[in-house]
Each structure stands twice: as structure tokens, then as C-alpha cells.
Design a protein around this ligand. Structure first.
Ligand code: HEM
Length: 146
């Protein structure tokens, strides 16, 4: 099932919806979610991270054929869920989402750079940025396949 999709999203192959697909246990409490300025702050961070990644010559080609409407929605859900916000994650697992793309370590480095810039622009404190990056780090083994 593919619930909650937005107008303009392409269909994807069926999969089981579960928060566990987000790939990390959420932070307890709302301290992290609040430090990211709630859903509005997360939305700005995800949009800026993706805009920069799609414009970056190092990674632009990867996003050309991507359904960016779905990617923005599912990333916003994932970040909200992991940061302890009131969200469910309805996207695919990190393995299912990335295993056909053949991502390399440098691709991951470029995306994390843009995430750091976006968090900095949002005014997320440095130690809070790093707590979040540390939470995402173990997903690397399911994302970087080359
Ligand atoms: C910690 C790092 C990352 C996280 C948390 C993450 C998260 C996600 C999420 C939530 C989805 C959507 C799943 C769905 O559609 O159901 C996704 C898909 C995708 N990601 Fe990532 N991602 C990461 C790293 C990367 C990197 C480094 C790249 C490339 C530079 C990338 C490129 C893509 C692409 C192209 C898709 C769409 C795949 C498709 O539609 O078939 N991701 N990612």
C-alpha cells in the first residue's frame, strides 16, 4: 500500500508501511524536534538540502529521474519521525529506496554537506546537528552500496 501520497506522485511497487522503515529509533521527547523548529523548520531543511543536491554537479544526475514530490514528502516524514515529532513514516526502507541507485561514499558526503548547510541556515545548534547526523550514520550501510 502507498498511503498519503500527494497529487503528482508516481506509483511505486507495493511495500509494507511501518515506522521501522525509517531506519532509526526516534529521539525521546520533543527536544530535538523543537530544536529543528518543528515541522516548518524540517520542511525548510529538507527542501534546501534537496534543492542543493539536485543542483550540485556531483549528484545532480542521480536526481534527474527521481520523483522529487515523493522524495520531499517521505524525507520530511522521516526527519520528523526520527526527531521525535508527531509523524508516521510511510516511505520505503533505506535499503529498498537506495539499493538500485548504486550510491558511492562521495555521494553520501555531498548530501551530508548540504544537510549541514541547511541545518546551519535554519539555526540548529551545532551539537544538535551532530546528534542528528549520528542518528543517520548507521543507515549508511543500507544506502551506500558501492
Ligand atoms: C542518511 C542519508 C539518507 C537518507 C536518510 C535518505 C532518505 C531517503 C528517503 C526517505 C527516501 C524515500 C523512500 C521512498 O520513496 O519510499 C529516499 C529515496 C532516495 N534517495 Fe535517499 N537518503 C539518504 C541518502 C541519499 C543519498 C546520499 C542520495 C544521492 C546522492 C540519495 C538519493 C535518493 C534517491 C535518488 C531516492 C529515490 C529513489 C527512488 O525513487 O527509487 N539518498 N532517500
Amino acid at each position: 500500500q502507498d498511503p498519503a501520497h500527494m497529487p503528482g506522485e508516481e506509483a511505486v511497487d507495493p511495500y509494507s508501511v511501518a515506522d521501522a522503515n525509517a531506519g532509526a529509533q526516534p529521539f525521546a521527547g520533543t527536544e530535538m524536534f523543537d530544536a529543528f523548529h518543528g515541522q516548518a523548520g524540517i520542511d525548510r531543511i529538507v527542501d534546501r538540502m534537496l534543492d542543493r543536491s539536485a543542483a550540485d554537479p556531483r549528484t545532480a544526475g542521480i536526481f534527474v529521474a527521481t520523483d522529487m514530490i515523493r522524495l520531499r514528502r517521505t524525507l520530511k516524514e522521516q526527519f520528523c519521525y526520527v526527531l521525535g515529532g508527531p509523524c508516521a513514516y510511510t516511505g520505503r526502507s533505506m535499503k529498498d529506496a537506495h539499493d538500485d541507485i548504486g550510491l558511492q561514499p562521495a555521494d553520501m558526503g555531498a548530501l551530508v554537506e548540504h544537510l549541514q548547510t541547511a541545518m546551519e541556515e535554519e539555526g540548529v545548534p551545532f551539537h544538535t546537528q551532530n546528534r542528528f547526523l549520528a542518528k543517520l550514520a548507521p543507515m549508511r550501510r543500507d544506502i551506500v552500496t558501492r
